[in-house]
Design a protein around this ligand. Sequence first.
Ligand SMILES: [Zn+2]
Length: 215
Amino acid sequence: MLMYNGSILIYTKEAAEAQNRYFGWGDDKPRPENLVEQGGWILGFLDTACPHPVRALATRFLPATGCKGSPAYLEWPAEENIRLQREYYRIRDEEVPAEKRGSFKILGWVHSHPGPLGVFISGTDHENILLHFNDHNKFSVVLNPQRKIIRAFLGPEHPEVPLIMELPIRADRMERKAGERAVAALTASERKKNRRQRARRRRKRFERRRRRGRR
Ligand SMILES: [Zn+2]
């Protein structure tokens, strides 16, 4: 159940594209790599001004290439977490402007439930959250690249929260603009038609009055 209390996870176009590429989101041909579970971390900016609701902007996706996946299980070794952690510090110190470093965080983890599987927090996922992401502001994103379902869950109790990617938002905006243009064009032609009708009525009224005056 989607619980909207104001918390939200937004992906930049770049982070969304990197994640989609790694998981083979919506690929036409099934690939052996994404028919097993895969995972990664998301990094980005946390609105640290207030702890509730949790608002985050994911700007980077880090693939957990050192994990071994099977169709229904993901083996995630401790060394892989250490590697990802190092990568996080490197990106923060080398790529994030100094004044923004304080709010650049590890936002959470992402993993896939491939093939026919649904997208939810399993018992194993719950244990993983308690072990590694036991924090009210860490996200757990679960996706199925073949069925094209993606959901975000928040914190150790993991209620579902809205997840927005800048890709669809942008397309949505474009559609909305096109829609607005179409509506504007329609009202313009409608106005022109109305103007013509009013002019015709005025002419008729004038004609009638003139005829009456003659009588
Ligand atoms: Zn899972």
